[in-house]
Design a protein around this ligand. Structure first.
Ligand SMILES: CC(C)(COP(=O)(O)OP(=O)(O)OC[C@H]1O[C@@H](n2cnc3c(N)ncnc32)[C@H](O)[C@@H]1OP(=O)(O)O)[C@@H](O)C(=O)NCCC(=O)NCCS
Length: 154
């Protein structure tokens, strides 16, 4: 059986987080400076590790509160060789459950590249609704984004 552990990211994880972020998002990656700040500011920043004895970091998710009732998944990834094996769903479900426990949050939002069909499909599996309007030039690469929203009331 696979052992998965979700826990808060701390400053000792920074190097691994930065490397994974760059490997996956390339020119659109968050900078080391920003990731460090997000860890220091005690943002909702969860990592996913695999393995009982020797743990390997295979993904993470960062969520920030935009308002008292609305929270935004600003970064989320699974290490490439672990993708498409259910780990992303596990981490997202865990995160949604944690947010629901807060009771105050009514809506989870996120932006996704319009070409990222895998992620869009995944969010739709979790009942996120895609806003039809395109946000032009959203990423450093010049790519556009969709806004996706999940109402926790419904
Ligand atoms: C998006 C991401 C986090 C999903 O994590 P994952 O571990 O690969 O996802 P899962 O294996 O749990 O699959 C979840 C769903 O995603 C979709 N999916 C995942 N991999 C897919 C693939 N290769 N082809 C088609 N659909 C795929 C499916 O809908 C799948 O659900 P299903 O298995 O019930 O059909 C991961 O692919 C990733 O890190 N991608 C690069 C970074 C990224 O795009 N992050 C999101 C930014 S908004």
């Amino acid at each position: 059986m696979v052992t998965l552990i979700t826990s808060n990211v701390n400053s000792r994880d920074l190097r691994k987080i930065v490397n994974l972020e760059q490997e996956v998002f390339k020119e659109n990656a968050f900078s080391k400076h920003l990731l460090k700040k997000l860890i220091e500011n005690h943002t909702f920043f969860l990592k996913l590790e695999i393995g009982k004895i020797k743990r390997e970091l295979i993904g993470f998710i960062i969520v920030i509160n935009e308002t008292k009732e609305r929270t935004n998944i600003i970064n989320y990834l699974i290490k490439p060789n672990f993708q498409n094996s259910g780990y992303g769903s596990y981490l997202l479900q865990h995160t949604i459950n944690k947010i629901k426990q807060l009771k105050t949050i009514k809506k989870i939002v996120l932006n996704v590249q319009i070409s990222n069909l895998i992620a869009i499909k995944m969010y739709e599996k979790f009942k996120f609704k895609r806003n039809p309007s395109i946000i032009e030039n959203y990423y450093h690469s010049g790519e556009s984004a969709y806004l996706m929203e999940l109402d926790l009331d419904s």
